[in-house]
Design a protein around this ligand. Sequence first.
Ligand code: HEM
Ligand code: SF4
Ligand code: SF4
Length: 496
Amino acid sequence: MSALLIIISLAATVAGLALFAKAVRSILAIVRLGQADPTRSNNRGERVKTLVREVLGHTRMRKWSIGGIAHWFVFVGFGSLFLTLVTAYGQLFSPEFAIPLLGHFAPYELFVEFISWATGLGIVTLIGIRQATRIFRPARKSRFYGSTAWQAYYVEATILAIVFCVIALRGLEGALAGETSWNWHYALSWPAVLAFNGLSATTLKSLIVLVAAIKIVISMAWFITISINLTMGVAWHRFLAFFNIFFKRNANGAVALGQLPVMLSDGKPINFEDPGDDDIFGVGAIENMSWKGILDLSTCTECGRCQSQCPAWNTEKPLSPKLLITSLRDHAFAKAPYLLALSEDQKAALTDEQRAEAEKTLIGDIITPEVLWSCTTCGACVNQCPVDIEHVDHIVNMRRHQVLVESDFPSELGGTFRNLENKGNPWGMNSSQRNDWLTELDFEVTVLDGPIAPEVEYLFWVGCAGAYEDRAKKTTKAVAELLHRAGVTFGVLGEG
Ligand code: HEM
Ligand code: SF4
Ligand code: SF4
């Protein structure tokens, strides 16, 4: 019996690790399909600090929320319980096996038992949150709406089963060691020791081999499952989140909002005065995304925090930032075999499905124009995402392509673009009217022309809306009056 269990466990291990290695190579190849982006590896020291802070502190997972704390223990358990897997391999061959030096060291045993219980409690909490959300916030109201439910259930069940195996093994080990009273070696697994006390040594040994084999097979089944489901972000983020956080737009940890990044083509800023013939403007096909963009897509946990905060989604628009990211991800992974097929033989080996995926248009088939143009670029999604996905940049890059290459945008924008081109402002007003609001004030405001005089403390940037739009003009005048009353010397820009 135990020989069979050993064979099954080792076969599962070979299959699991081999498939996992192949899967890692595939994901790397897919990420590498993206364009260069040299802005992502500056300030490495700062990036490491941000990574450590965000990962260990779970700062982006609403640090003190119940879900964040629960996830923290599950996350810590993943690394900390690795040696229990090593122990299980040893127990297949010798049920008394323990890690040399450490295995019977009471503080280590206490640590393992504590982390196991905390991980178990953590995953039960996450399961509870997911189920409560499903039941009490149905359909679009749920942040998990549109997430792949079976994948989450599977990772949850796997962790629960592993925790069960670790505690069961501790109980069996204690019973086999003949423990008859509570002690620090089995401090938190004592009820399990009691449950198995009284069984014969032969039975205990057989049970240890059986549970160790179950633990190994469950762990390896997880590796096999994620290896044949490369888009299973709820599992893959365990490995990818670290890289995605490290390579985020801002090394200091700030979210990817504010000023938009310059447009890069093959990693270099585009010279709009004299663009190159083969310059790529924005993202019109999945392979136009940067490698960091594709890493973003691969890392999404489908947690739906972005979706729950999106004003477009919450007002019944077709856009969900989560579904946008997962649609792009599924397309990237489905089109990858076509993009990676270089030789004629490889191309000939493609399936009809893979060819069909390559034919799909990014804007149209994968992301509809209605979805693309529903975004207000408010940034709530970017602010929420615990793994630092940069939705706004991806949306803007697709829009850049639509505007600059396809000249395809909502008709409402036609007037705005024409006005910008002809008059330099979206309202199409004459530049001579830019400072008309000044005539409605009963004090003088310095209009700057040329170098700013030293006595001018501040430049008040009014902007187009503030200068031309009636409601915004009221705000502009109020701010100017406040500055004036406060005795601040300021100036505004001239016409233009
Ligand atoms: C910095 C790294 C990580 C971040 C930011 C992160 C973030 C997330 C997020 C946002 C979710 C969705 C669930 C929710 O919203 O509550 C999630 C789910 C999950 N994560 Fe992580 N994760 C990280 C690393 C890990 C690691 C290393 C593990 C290892 C066990 C892990 C295990 C899980 C599991 C099991 C789930 C599914 C829980 C559920 O079903 O709700 N995560 N993670
Ligand atoms: S930036 Fe766009 S996608 Fe993100 S939350 Fe705002 S409207 Fe939604
Ligand atoms: S993009 Fe970020 S916030 Fe949105 S579902 Fe994915 S991981 Fe969660």
